[in-house]
Design a protein around this ligand. Structure first.
Ligand code: ZN
Length: 269
């Protein structure tokens, strides 16, 4: 098998293996990559494994049965905890692995005719022989934007994901929208402001569960802040010299947007 798929039967004893229990990762002494010969055969729950590269070698990923951590003297870590420990290598591999495992699990059957799917020849899609339809992994594009107005920036706290941080506004791109349309719509919906010029900054893969975050700066144009009930807990203008707790620029594009803007403004003052 090639592409994203790997047969359990082809495993060699020193292959690198990553095991998920539910959506958490099996970790022992801070190490999340296991050697094949550290793991009993029955702990590898699926015959078809997912293959991802960590830049140096292939890592083979599968689900393990619940409770396996007790037998392996290991712990279960969430993807988010790996991210917030700043382990970029782990995030790259585990984030991609998590998205591909989810895709594989949710496309076992054709959405058109209900027939069982199988990896196609390239190994990059799951294929329905009856419909001749290929199902590729999907990512969901989102925008994340820092609304700025000279030396003040708009930061908000989400009502549903309470992190303790004040951060940028964000939202999913809807069918038929450009990314810029979404920036305008989401800012209007979430805080009732209108924005003028919009500048793209950079993007980030965000595997919770499978977003591509497109980061923008948006210039404030008009309006008074009115947080959307149920969505935005609170939103305020903050002076760049007096910011609340914001996400780290090492972890998220939100943090990078804030850091980049604040640095640029401070150096221009
Ligand atoms: Zn079909």
């Amino acid at each position: 098998m090639s592409g994203y798929f790997f047969s359990k039967d082809s495993l060699a004893k020193d292959d690198r293996v990553l095991l998920f229990v539910g959506n958490r990762i099996l970790v022992r002494n801070g190490e999340f990559l296991w050697r094949r010969d550290q793991i009993a055969e029955e702990f590898i729950a699926q015959d078809t494994m997912i293959k991802v590269s960590n830049g140096r070698e292939d890592v083979l990923v599968t689900r393990a049965p619940a409770g396996v951590e007790v037998f392996l003297d290991a712990e279960l870590s969430s993807l988010r905890s790996l991210l917030f420990e700043g382990d970029e290598r782990a995030m790259l591999v585990a984030g991609k692995a998590n998205q591909l495992l989810d895709w594989h699990a949710s496309h076992q059957f054709c959405g058109f005719c209900g027939e069982k799917t199988a990896p196609d020849r390239s190994g990059q899609a799951l294929f329905c022989d009856r419909c001749q339809h290929a199902f590729f992994p999907r990512i969901n594009p989102c925008v994340i934007m820092l609304v700025v107005d000279g030396s003040r920036i708009l930061l908000a706290r989400n009502a549903r994901y309470r992190t303790g941080f004040y951060s940028c506004l964000a939202g999913f791109i809807e069918v038929g929208e450009s990314a810029e349309d979404t920036v305008r719509r989401e800012v209007k919906e979430e805080v009732d402001l209108d924005v003028g010029a919009i500048r793209y900054y950079k993007s980030q893969s965000w595997p919770f569960p499978s977003q591509l975050m497109l980061g923008f700066f948006a210039d404030y144009a008009s309006g008074e802040i009115r947080p959307e009930p149920g969505e935005i807990e609170e939103a305020h203008w903050y002076d760049i010299h007096d910011l609340p707790a914001v996400p780290s620029a090492k972890v998220s594009v939100a943090g990078e947007l804030i850091e980049h803007y604040v640095k640029a403004m401070k150096s221009s003052l």
